[in-house]
Write a protein that binds this ligand. Sequence first.
Ligand code: SF4
Length: 254
Amino acid sequence: MTSDLLDSLHRPLRDLTLTTNGSRLVEEAQNLRNAGLQRLTVSVDALDDATFRAMNDVDFPVHRVLRGIEAAREAGFSPIKINMVVKRGVNEDQIVPMARHFRGADYILRFIEYMDVGNTNGWRTDDVVPAAEIVARIADEFPLEPVSANYRGEVARRYRHRDGGGEIGVISSVTQPFCGDCTRARLSADGRLFTCLFASTGIDLRTPLRSGASDAELAALISNVWRARTDRYSELRSSATVSKPKAEMSLLGG
Ligand code: SF4
């Protein structure tokens, strides 16, 4: 079904990417590739199965995801981005094993500081493993050097293995927020435009779309919303902002 959707989308779009938990990649990787998907990101929070399940709400084993990633590589996706959210005391012991497993040109492993997206994940500052600590732990085993950003506003800070073993990234939205360069808008499945990952409400695009608004009218609406935005949640994060109502990740899609 995802591949049918992609097939209808990819022709008018310049770039089409998918972020997935990888649970069905073994079956779908080739279909996704054939349907025009250009880039793929897979969430993997641990190699150890018990830890993987502790970090996720889903009930499937990590080996299924790892097999799916292999199927995606064989289908021609490269490099595949792997996203690992790091939570203190839960999966921090997986940082180096993950870096070891996903070395090489076929993957870009990205470590994401644990964030207070939504209101249901019980986030506390103590849960965060700072990006600088993540880089230091990996560099102890695999010497790293920083790499310049591909473009202004790139979310991940990039590093490469000095021995040519590929690249990693860290997304440090808690300890080093980057709101000033943020270019990400999100559209929910029910047609609301969210201008920040931590917003509580989105702007309704479905109603004008269904009432026949032209492309130019929709473009003007989106551009006016974007110009008027003042989002800088991560720069203002505090114990007071954590309990403020926010949309859940399952609505925003990451
Ligand atoms: S907190 Fe909001 S504005 Fe800041 S980088 Fe994240 S999504 Fe962008």
